[in-house]
Design a protein around this ligand. Sequence first.
Ligand code: CAA
Length: 257
Amino acid sequence: MNYENVIVAKDGAIAVVTLNRPQALNALSYGLVKDLSLAMQELDQDAEVRVIVVTGGDKVFAAGADIKEMADKGPFDPLILERLAYRDKINKISKPVVAAVIGFALGGGCELAMSCDIIVAAENARFGQPEVNLGIIPGSGGTQRLTHLLGKHRAMELVLTGDMLNANDAERLGLVNRVVPAELCLEEAVNIARKIAAKPQLAVRAAKEAVLKSANTGLDEGLEFERKAFYLLFASEDRSEGMQAFLEKRKAEFKGK
Ligand code: CAA
């Protein structure tokens, strides 16, 4: 797996994808979004990998879409359209994705963090949607996900003012799972990933799908989906093993079947 703009490191069931444009604060250029999207799709298909961790390295998560690249583009420029198409595929990754956010996560960077399933933030993390300062609005889910996560009034304030949230406020408001010192951020994300990787994978996949469903459907439809997924898991070997192991007071040995 060789990509120009991301570094992929696999360690057993965990893959860490690091955005790698430090000179531009990991601004999400066409090339970076394409590489990130293709790398994550490849990992999603990789039978060895169970959980993906996304990080921007030890200085910055991502300062948003690449403004230099966008500045002279029209709305139908292939670069804008294709970039968004690659970006949308990141939302469709079926394996759990944990974000380790150190430093700025702004604009498309904040949206990328929010499209991950769990966010570990460093104490110096800053989240925001400053697009309004550029005469645009968030284009990869910011207005929708922030509103879903924080409620209308807080989302509105962030999107209309472009102000940033610090890590502690982000945790208090439910935007991130936890805040840790920067030097422990990736380690903590990997620890969470390992914990998930040890679980029965069919149940993990169904659980992710069911939780995401709640954001995209009404309650009745979401409950219906959950019930069907719940029934379906009774057909899995890992379900029998998990329950049997509990009854026999031993550790379960899951096979992903
Ligand atoms: N695009 C392109 N280049 C960027 C960038 C971006 N989003 N953010 C930073 N850079 C570049 C800077 O131009 C600079 O490059 P040069 O050295 O070549 O001038 C380098 O990264 C370092 O940046 P700064 O000197 O500005 O660093 P700073 O520490 O003083 O400030 C910052 C950091 C507050 C993040 C500031 O860089 C900033 O405000 N960046 C823009 C943030 C932004 O507006 N993001 C939203 C983009 S639009 C978007 O994301 C739309 C969407 O949803 C699709």
